[in-house]
Structure formats: C-alpha cells, structure tokens
Ligand binder design. Structure first.
Ligand code: G3H
Ligand code: 13P
Ligand code: ZN
Length: 331
C-alpha cells in the first residue's frame, strides 16, 4: 500500500487535551486516570462510551504495535472521528488524551506528536541510566515545544515470560527518581513495583496468594518527588470470570493471574495518577467471541461477535472506573 505524507496536525485540532490538568486533579482528589489501549474500532468505541457514561477522564493509548497494525494515518482519523462521536453523546464529552504507549525512539515520539498525540511515553528504562536521561530529555525538549506531555520510566517491569521472577524484577531505585525528574523535565514517571505486562504476572501455586506490590518503593518515590504524577504499568487484574469463560469455550489459559483490585485501589489513592490496562480488554474480547463461536457455530457476521464483545468491554471499563480507579464521576 502506498502512503502519502500528510500535514502535521496538533492534538488541539482533534479535540484532545494533554495529561497535565488530568493528573493535577487526580493527585488532588486521590484517584487514577485510566489509560486503556486500543487497536481497533470496537475497543475505541467501548473505551470512550464507558468513560463518557461514567464521567471519567481517559487516556487512549496506542502502542507502536497498534500503529503498525491499524496504520498511523487511519488511527489519527479514527481518533478524530471518535472525538466527534462523543460530542454527540447525550451525557456530553469528557477530557480525552491520546497517548503513545512505550515509545522506543525519538523519531516515533516525534511522528506521534506531529500526528495529533497529546502525550507520549519514551520508554528508555532498559538503557543505562545516563542514556535513559539523554533520550528522555531529547523527547521532552521537542514535545514541550508543542505542549505535549511526556512520560518517562525508571526501573524495568518483570516479565514472567522471560523467566524473570517477581522477586528478581528490576524495581525502580527511589534514590534515582529526583535526579531523573529534574534532569529530564518529564511530566510523569512510570515506576516498577512488581507488576508486569500480560496475563501471567506472577508464578503462584494453587492456594497461594499473589505477592503484594512493593508499596514501600512507591512510598519512598513519593517522599522524594512529592506531588509528582506516578504511572503504574502492567495493571490488569486478569479477571477470573473471563479466564474461566475462555477456558470453558475452548481456550487454554491456565495459570493466568493479575494484580488484585484492592492493590490497584490502594495505588490509585496515592501519587499514582495513571493506571495502564490493556490485557483485561483483550481477555474480555476473547472470552465473548469464544462464547459466541461455541454457542452459535453457524454465525459468520463479525458484528454478531464483535458487537457483544464491545458491550462487555463497556461494562468492564465502567466497573474499573467506578470500583478500582475511582475516576468515575470526576467530570
Ligand atoms: O505495554 C504493552 C501494551 O499492552 C501494548 O502491547 O505492544 O502488544 O500493543 P502491544
Ligand atoms: P497489562 O498487560 O497489565 O494490561 O498492562 C498494560 C500496560 O502496561 C500498557 O502499557
Ligand atoms: Zn506498559
């Protein structure tokens, strides 16, 4: 497919806001803004519908993978169309940020800024400390010219898939946070306190409970950068109801486990102002689609399985806003 270069667009023209005021309000009132990932139309519709209905601000997240999957130009127009859609909803609009999740280069962040993103993450946490600072600062200097907010990361999230156990994850070193924030100029900081990405976050034997997150590290970070917005990645709860549904209807997801909701509620009341959730949305879609396929094997109209998946996603996101993040009713 040929792609034609398109003119740079500011996020304001698309109706988005950056994260600055969202985080200020979340910090003051002790809740977290949801950051939900999307890759397709149904997920985008569900996230916005849920957040408009529950009167919650929201951060729409796109990963590099999502941009490659759905096409950057199409996504820009989809996001703009979605903002027009919510203006027409009877409840009225809510503040929406369009955010790059896990940006891995200056060029990618720059491209997103030129394509209507109001916020970007530069994830250089795997690099040596001084290189992380250098790359993060380069992105901040560019982004701030356009009043785009930037999330940086210190510490690497554990990944059970690469055999890094919970105990041995590379937690954030609180001694570095003040220096990092000061020298880079970032607007928010993602830290590693025991969460990980995906649906297999902890290795637990039957009957064992999930190890608690390192709230001591979070508290020490807060002490060193008081009032500064902290971000929690890898925050899906991997809800057992959907895992059971997936397994019941032909899936195989044994040992899937996530972060208990009580721990997220506790984090949301602290300086954690943004909570990232992607896997829970994927699980809902998979569970519902598997159920439809199992119960109606003759069905072949995508609207008949994507539609019910979208309805279930709306319920799940509304419940997160209401009972986990505390972001419902804040607009
Ligand atoms: O943090 C990772 C997000 O869940 C995005 O995942 O890179 O597969 O789109 P992805
Ligand atoms: P989950 O895999 O726990 O949903 O984490 C998503 C995330 O951190 C996106 O950046
Ligand atoms: Zn993440």
């Amino acid at each position: 497919m040929t792609t034609t270069a398109t003119k740079a667009v500011s996020y304001r023209e698309l109706g988005f806001v950056n994260t600055r005021e969202m985080f200020k309000a979340a910090m003051k009132d002790g809740y977290a803004v949801p950051a939900y990932n999307f890759n397709n139309m149904e997920q985008l519709q569900a996230i916005l519908t849920a957040c408009v209905r529950s009167r919650s601000p929201v951060i729409l997240q796109l990963s590099k993978g999502a941009r490659d999957y759905a096409n950057a130009t199409l996504l820009r127009w989809m996001a703009m169309g979605a903002m027009e859609m919510i203006k027409q909803m009877k409840e009225g609009p809510v503040p929406v940020a369009l955010h790059l999740d896990h940006g891995d280069s200056f060029e990618l962040c720059k491209s997103c800024i030129e394509n209507g993103f109001s916020s970007v993450m530069i994830d250089a946490s795997h690099l040596p400390y001084e290189e992380n600072i250098k790359l993060t600062k380069q992105v901040v200097d560019y982004a701030h010219r356009y009043d785009v907010t930037v999330e940086g990361e210190l510490g690497v999230l554990a990944g059970i898939e690469d055999e890094v156990s919970h105990e041995h994850s590379n937690y954030t070193d609180p001694a570095q946070v003040e220096d990092f924030v000061k020298r880079t100029g970032v607007d928010s900081l993602a830290i590693s306190i025991g969460t990980s990405h995906g649906a297999y976050k902890f290795k637990v034997k039957p009957g064992e409970s999930v190890p608690p997150l390192r709230f001591d590290i979070l508290a020490e970070c807060e002490r060193r950068i008081p009032g500064f917005p902290i971000v929690l990645h890898g925050a899906s709860s991997v809800l057992t109801g959907y895992i059971d549904m997936i397994n019941k209807y032909g899936g195989r997801m044994e040992n899937a486990v996530g972060v208990p909701a009580e721990q997220l509620r506790k984090a949301a009341k602290s300086a954690v102002c943004k909570i990232n959730i992607d896997s829970d949305g994927r699980l809902v879609m998979t569970a519902v689609i598997r159920k439809v396929f199992a119960e109606k094997p003759a069905e072949f109209d995508p609207r008949k399985y994507l539609g019910p998946a979208r309805e279930e996603l709306i319920k799940m996101y509304m419940d997160k806003n209401q009972t986990v993040l505390g972001s419902a009713g804040r607009v």
